[in-house]
Design a protein around this ligand. Structure first.
Ligand code: SAM
Ligand code: SF4
Length: 580
């Protein structure tokens, strides 16, 4: 058991973050312990992303470093989890023989067994190395532990008829908290759908995460209740196309007493209300209303990511009528050119997207109480054949839709996708970079205008914790007084790059995580009796404010709500004064 110290690093989206949390919870319950230092670990796991090449390259370079280490540390076990494992399969092991364990995102429930096998194999090999096995001499074993879906998840188009073992991983959260000794988080992700049926031509997700699967509503609600009982007050529901959520109770299948998730029907689109709504169905609108009403301890309910074509008035009405559901929608448009949208297989036109944006504002905009609706988008620039005219159309969509922020990605050709096979990546990199910079500047301008509309209003914000500025000042003080603390006990390292920081992708013009925010410049003479907090409005605006420090005897405001009067805007963030 002493050789079961795990380092787990996560790349990619919120879905991967949640997967890592669930995997860590399972391993923790089995006696594994975690470290934030890969060098100390006996087991190094990377939970990977393959949406863009950039995220993959980081994993390849980490694996390259581990290959050198393994030459002198043959008992080290290396595992690659997630989308890269699923996409490359055994080719990944051929390229990187250092990898012992390979588990796709649809098979993560099998990780504990595979890891156990790998560790036992290492232990028996080190006790009795087989001299004739050249891999063993190099510190490598020829036995590998592999669990991949290999496209099997798409074999059946009927509703689920067999036990869905991955559901058990989600359900396991209720019995195996990550580490009860840790400070419990007040924010949590809850998965409502897995996979995707959309097949946008550039995107690898339908291949790596499989068909769209919808979890039974009662499982989701029970999970929210369990999290609320543990002190969580903010929940983000996760799915690739969350608004496609629908559970048909008449078709529910139960295996071993557990209701099974269902494969999603294809959404035909264009409807304003779910055509299957009724007593026998839980629609996305029903699910939001049920969580809101049945789990009142959840103060903020968010969901990502929404698909623009199938967003019904029924959902907008529920958001409007339920105060604890956030007025924030992340609804990627991807392009402002109808020709490119068609090549992307997005299934909507620019005017349909704009009609949707107008509808959202019609239902949810309340500027008189500084409760406008926050809408954000993703854009891919430099998609094959994109002309200056197409690019201008995207710029004009940003101006017209007035997104609070957008995430802009340079097109990255992904093996296995239709665009990779059929369309040449013909926009030169310097043109992509130039368009990226221009769009970023434009979105910054729009974001700044949107932010300025809050000045003079009072917002109710959820305090996430001390700002980066405050944290770096504290660290500097600690270093000066030689009190630097290296406690790494029981934590899981998360390197999350779903939302790239400017340094990461030169793409993100606003921030959806505090890590990407630039707080006000540090003043050397900062008053230690005050603390700068970072908070968030329900429209997803980042708000900074000062308050008396807990070190000076004031209450810690972290994970509480505060009323903040907004005084000014800087670097797309709001700065204000807290009402006592
Ligand atoms: N399901 C969400 C939707 O459709 O809006 C998005 C999920 S995807 C993992 C996150 C974002 O990555 C997409 O919105 C898209 O902008 C970007 N993306 C996906 N594939 C890409 C590619 N091949 N190159 C560049 N960006 C990509
Ligand atoms: Fe990828 Fe499109 Fe599915 Fe989003 S909707 S995950 S972009 S295929």
């Amino acid at each position: 058991m002493s050789s079961r110290l795990v380092y787990l690093e996560t790349f990619g989206c919120q879905m991967n973050e949640l997967d890592s949390e669930l995997v860590a919870g399972q391993l923790h319950a089995l006696g594994y312990r975690f470290t934030t230092s890969a060098d100390d670990a006996h087991v190094v796991l990377y939970n990977t992303c393959s949406v863009r090449e950039h995220a993959e390259q980081k994993v390849w370079s980490r694996l390259g470093e581990l290959a050198q280490r393994k030459a002198s540390e043959p008992n080290l076990v290396v595992g690659v989890l997630g989308c890269l494992a699923e996409r490359d399969g055994v080719d990944l092991v051929k390229r990187m023989p250092v990898v012992d364990v390979l588990v796709g995102p649809g098979e993560l429930d099998k990780l504990p067994n595979l890891l156990d096998n790998a560790l036992r194999t290492r232990e028996s090999l080190s006790a009795d190395p087989a001299p004739e096995d050249p891999n063993a001499r190099k510190g490598l074993t020829s036995a590998r532990e592999i669990a991949l879906q290999g496209g099997s998840s798409r074999r059946s188009t009927t509703l689920a008829a067999a036990a869905d073992s991955l559901e058990l991983l989600d359900l396991s959260r209720s019995v195996s908290p990550l580490d009860p000794s840790d400070q419990p988080s007040k924010s949590a992700y809850v998965r409502i759908t897995r996979g995707c049926n959309k097949f946008c031509t550039y995107c690898v997700v339908p291949f790596t995460r499989g068909a769209e699967i919808h979890r039974p509503p009662q499982h989701i609600i029970d999970e929210c209740k369990m999290l609320a009982d543990r002190g969580v007050i903010e929940i983000t529901l996760l799915g690739q196309t969350v608004n496609h959520y629908r559970f048909e109770h008449a078709a529910a299948v139960t295996v071993g007493g557990i209701t099974q998730p269902q494969k999603g029907r294809s959404f035909t689109g264009g409807h304003r209300r779910d055509p299957f709504a009724g007593e026998q169905t839980t629609t996305f609108a029903d699910l939001l209303a049920r969580i809101h009403d049945e789990v009142p301890a959840i103060q903020r309910l968010r969901f990502v990511t929404s698909y623009p074509r199938d967003f019904g008035d029924d959902v907008l009405e529920v958001i409007r009528d339920h105060p604890r559901i956030c007025r924030y929608l992340h609804v990627p448009a991807q392009s402002g050119s109808d020709r490119i949208l068609k090549l992307m297989n997005r299934g909507y036109t620019v005017s349909e997207y704009l009609e949707f944006v107008d509808r959202v504002r019609h239902f949810l905009h309340q500027p008189e109480i500084a409760r406008p609706v926050g809408i954000s988008s993703d854009f891919i620039i430099g998609f094959p054949t994109e002309t200056d005219e197409d690019f201008e159309a995207t710029a004009s969509l940003i101006r017209r839709a007035r997104f609070k922020n957008s995430f802009i990605f340079k097109y990255s050709p992904r093996p296995g996708t239709v665009a990779f096979d059929k369309l040449e990546d013909d926009v030169p990199d310097n043109v992509k970079r130039d368009r990226n910079t221009k769009l970023l500047a434009l979105q910054n301008e729009v974001s700044d205008q949107v932010a300025r509309e809050y000045v003079g209003h009072t917002l109710r914000v959820f305090v996430e914790g001390p700002s980066k500025k405050h944290q770096s000042q504290t660290r500097a003080r600690e270093q000066q007084t030689h009190h630097h603390n290296h406690s790494h006990h029981g934590t899981v390292s998360l390197t999350v790059s779903a939302r790239p920081t400017p340094a990461d992708d030169a793409a993100c013009q606003s921030a959806c995580s505090t890590a990407a925010i630039s707080p006000e410049p540090t003043r050397d003479h900062a008053e230690p009796s005050t603390i700068q907090y970072c908070a968030r409005s329900d429209t997803d605006m980042i708000v900074f404010f000062d308050a008396p420090s807990p070190q000076a005897g004031a209450p810690d405001l972290t994970h509480t709500f505060a009323e903040v009067h907004i005084d000014r805007v800087r670097a797309l963030s709001l700065f204000g004064t807290r009402h006592p």
